[in-house]
Design a protein. Structure first.
Length: 480
């Protein structure tokens, strides 16, 4: 039996109102860019690999991400939501099948006393079966099932989006820990260099060749550097504890081995076409599934206006003796059909239809927003990668030059050919450049992480996955 049945011409219009309709096209051409405008590295692959973090060539990072996929609590919550959606889909599918119930009973009836002379003592055994089936002529049950299956897809995509975000957050926090450790190391090295100059100044003060001004200036520089350590150490511990939570571990006793960013390489990350990006972002796929579920609810709200037809049947055996209960002469049955049409409900069905329409409009806007944000994420990350890499190159050259300048000024001060102010200026320039370089290297590696995340982290809804979801959506669905 087809989904839309032509019963009579007067009912044709209302009948068509209950048919499934296509999901609205929600992304107009003006919202779809033809190409990414951000700078893309030469020889970069078109799309990230699913294990994109291996591009940093850091085995510890790869191990942390693997542990997070097993232990993260947010990911466990997302997995539980998938199980809940699967159960909801099963519940919705049940409406497409007959409901059959069976029962057995035994009754003893009797009476005693003068008033019961004409009352016979009786006993009876019964075995009954009841069945009911609501014909899904207008597709209401199938629309509800379609909505449940699309919601199931949405929760699966949500889990993939959570996993992608988790991988990026683990990489982010790991790089943050290493960068803070590197900055702490740099400050300790700076303190050692300042103490070496202080030893020389103290010798000169004792010899009377200089006054206490240089000593006070260098001590002030020492205190300035040491004052930065507590804040950085606090940030490093906080980042380490956040990383532990991402892995589903308690902070106590958790640590990572790496101490700096020296071994973390900067990978090449490329992009494909913007039109393909929407197929590679699980959050966009989630928004698309939510829209499809909302549209199925619109179809269901239309179908709810039409009459509901229910078939019923019952049968069973009744006997006063259990030994002959199943004989054919003791069998009885009944069957029938009913039609129910809402005549007046105070606007309930109309309100439900308006609600479904409004919800669909909401999800159209959410899908458009998800698509536009996906494009913007990629463009922003491309610019960040290029600019951070360029800044890193400049800062490396600045550090090399500042190290040379500091070495020369220190040597000249020891020889007495320059004053301490030149040494202080060279120190400050070197220390600042080293700290900025550590932060920029961190930003450079993290911008690559963000670009991987913006491109979907190598995720793609494969044809096999899409086919499997379609099979699940139609599994055990009776054909009309």
């Amino acid at each position: 039996m087809n989904r839309c049945l032509i019963l009579t011409l007067p009912l044709l219009a209302s009948l068509l109102a209950g048919c499934s309709t296509p999901v609205p096209q929600s992304l107009p051409p003006q919202m779809q860019p033809s190409a990414f405008t951000g700078p893309i590295a030469d020889n970069a692959p078109a799309w990230p690999e699913p294990d994109w973090w291996k591009g940093f060539h850091d085995d510890e990072l790869a191990g942390l991400i693997a542990d997070a996929q097993l232990g993260n609590r947010d990911l466990a919550v997302a997995a539980a939501h998938v199980m809940e959606a699967e159960a909801q889909s099963t519940i919705a599918r049940a409406a497409l099948f007959p409901q059959v119930n069976g029962g057995a009973n035994h009754v003893n009836a009797g009476c005693s006393g003068q008033s019961c002379q004409n009352f016979a003592n009786e006993k009876a055994f019964g075995l009954t079966f009841n069945a009911s089936y609501e014909l899904d002529v207008w597709g209401l049950a199938q629309d509800n099932l379609r909505a449940a299956n699309e919601q199931l897809k949405s929760t699966r995509f949500t889990r993939e989006a959570v996993a992608l975000t988790l991988n990026a957050n683990v990489a982010d926090q790991y790089l943050n820990v290493l960068a803070l450790r590197q900055r702490i190391t740099i400050i300790n090295q700076d303190i050692a260099a300042i103490n070496a100059i202080l030893d020389l100044i103290q010798l000169k003060v004792k010899a009377g060749s200089i006054d206490h001004l240089d000593l006070a200036r260098e001590q002030a520089q020492l205190e300035s550097e040491e004052a930065q350590l507590p804040g950085l150490q606090t940030q490093e511990k906080r980042a380490l504890y956040m990383l532990a939570v991402l892995l589903g571990r308690p902070p106590e006793g958790f640590d990572v081995k790496a101490q700096n960013l020296d071994a973390v390489q900067s990978p090449l990350v490329g992009t494909g076409l913007p039109s393909d990006l929407l197929l590679r972002r699980p959050d966009v796929a989630e928004a698309e599934a939510n829209l499809a579920a909302a549209h199925a609810n619109v179809d269901a709200a239309r179908a709810a206006f039409l009459p509901q037809i229910t078939l019923t049947g019952s049968g069973g055996f009744v006997s006063t003796a259990i030994g002959v209960l199943l004989q054919g002469s003791n069998f009885g049955y009944a069957y029938g059909a009913s039609l129910m049409q809402t005549i007046f409900d105070g606007g309930k069905l109309a309100g439900q239809k308006d609600l479904a329409d409004a919800t669909q409009k909401e999800f159209v806007a959410q899908y458009q927003s998800a698509a536009l944000n996906a494009y913007a994420d990629v463009e922003t990350a491309l610019v960040q990668v290029a600019n951070n890499n360029r800044a890193e190159g400049h800062l490396r050259r600045e550090v090399a030059a500042a190290q040379e300048a500091f070495g020369i000024s220190e040597l000249q001060y020891r020889q007495g050919t320059t004053d301490l102010l030149n040494v202080l200026q060279a120190q400050q320039q070197l220390f600042s450049a080293e700290d900025q370089l550590a932060q920029t290297v961190q930003a450079s590696r993290q911008s690559s992480v963000h670009l991987y995340e913006a491109l979907g982290g190598g995720w793609v809804e494969t044809p096999d996955e899409r086919t499997q979801m379609l099979k699940e959506a139609s599994a055990e669905t009776p054909q009309k």
